[in-house]
Design a protein around this ligand. Structure first.
Ligand SMILES: Nc1ncnc2c1ncn2[C@@H]1O[C@H](COP(=O)(O)OP(=O)(O)OP(=O)(O)O)[C@@H](O)[C@H]1O
Length: 384
């Protein structure tokens, strides 16, 4: 969808901002460009919508060389969000959002209806905020309007330059979450510039780690964290990259351990006997559908009745596909030896600290070998 072919930008004063850059962003993909200040990220991005012209090389958007497209027409097809949002101060939020549709000739009512829809999409109630002016909004709200405005003409491509850089960390995380949710439904092709590795890893389907004017590594967040290509990348992603990797590695079914199970309607006595004969001290309690109800200790099952009469409700669990970090959080918070993993209400198994560690190790190994994690056997992962 966006393709850089040997793109170089040399400024008139001789600064080479970008040097022989080649990479591709697939349709519907979100690629983050991350690197220290001055490494050429913004220059890269601005060459896509021709705010800056390359010295050599080509950039194709949807197969078309951008150099051959009229810049004004080009920019209407490419949404652009920047840190200093650049809202028009004397126009209401609704009119700001409707800017591009109005420019391309939509009727005012249609453009405003679309703008209201988009404000809703970015989490701003158009009834409350539509008639306000930009200086009556918080920084985070202004950023949201910036995103809504960029999406208004429904451009297939979105360029975002540190869009959440100017807000505090809590709001920033909120905006990132909302943006990810929105991207699930709108699936734009996005080039996203940030100098924050956490943000790059969190948002990117793939990330491009920039050195000076060049990409040092271009891969999935998991692969970059698990196997930095160079010393430079290792330094940039940080010594705690193992921890960061927890947030991009998903819990899979084959990471799970199968603990002893008791049924809700099973007689307590029979369940106790079964657990004792297997030397099990506890069991998870499921109903006939396999949905999780809680857990029970083997020595609590005396006194008759059914297992359901003795069950402890379980108030924390994690869904399959959630990041390992979420499971780790639950284990720490409850000082627990395991956490249940569900799909919907259905119990799939438990994750223990040892299994969590193995999952992380296997995913590093799988990325290094370019295979799926399921193909890495537990015992093939070297210890230590
Ligand atoms: N108009 C210009 N003339 C000369 N040099 C420039 C110009 N614009 C940018 N540069 C230089 O090009 C290099 C890349 O700049 P660019 O803005 O692309 O970096 P960046 O990675 O986006 O940085 P930041 O994160 O600080 O925004 C820097 O060394 C910068 O000083």
């Amino acid at each position: 969808m966006i393709r850089f072919e040997q793109v170089t930008k040399r400024y008139p004063d001789g600064t080479t901002a970008v040097d022989g850059l080649s990479f591709e962003v697939a349709e519907g993909e979100l690629v983050t460009l991350v690197g220290p200040s001055g490494c050429g990220k913004t220059t890269t991005m601005m060459m896509v919508n021709r705010l800056i012209e390359p010295t050599s090389g080509r950039i194709l958007v949807n197969g078309e060389d951008v150099a051959t497209v009229d810049p004004v027409r080009l920019r209407r097809r490419i949404g652009y969000v920047i840190q200093q949002v650049g809202l028009f101060p004397h126009r209401t939020v609704l009119d700001n959002t409707a800017t591009v549709p109005t420019l391309v000739g939509w009727k005012r009512t249609k453009a405003r209806a679309r703008a209201a829809e988009l404000l809703d999409l970015v989490g701003l109630d158009p009834k409350t905020y539509g008639s306000r002016y930009p200086d009556q909004l918080s920084g985070g709200q202004r950023q949201r309007v910036g995103v809504a405005r960029a999406l208004a003409a429904d451009p297939p491509v979105l360029l975002m330059d540190e869009p959440f850089g100017a807000v505090d960390p809590v709001v920033r995380e909120q905006l990132q979450d909302e943006f990810l949710r929105m991207q699930e439904s709108v699936r734009k092709t996005v080039l996203f510039v940030t100098h924050d590795i956490e943000e790059a890893v969190r948002l990117g389907d793939r990330i491009a780690v920039y050195g000076q004017g060049r990409i040092e590594q271009f891969d999935t967040p998991g692969a970059v964290l698990g196997g930095p290509a160079t010393e430079y990348v290792a330094g940039f992603v940080g010594a705690d990259r193992g921890l960061k990797r927890l947030s991009v590695t998903e819990i899979q079914r084959d990471d799970l351990e199968q603990p002893p199970v008791a049924r809700m309607d099973e007689s307590a006595g029979r369940a106790a006997e079964r657990l004792r004969s297997g030397s099990a001290r506890w069991a998870v309690v499921l109903d006939a559908e396999g949905d999780l109800h809680g857990w029970v200790g083997a020595d609590e099952l005396s006194g008759g009745g059914s297992v359901g009469d003795h069950v402890h409700r379980m108030n924390s669990w994690v869904p399959v596909g959630a990041p390992l970090k979420q499971a780790f959080g639950v284990l720490l918070q409850h000082d627990a030896g395991w956490v249940a993993v569900l799909e919907g209400a259905r119990f799939l198994g438990v994750l223990t600290p040892a299994r969590l560690h193995e999952a992380l190790r296997r995913s590093v190994d799988a990325d290094a070998r370019g295979v799926a994690r399921g193909q890495v056997a537990f015992d093939s992962v070297p210890k230590g």
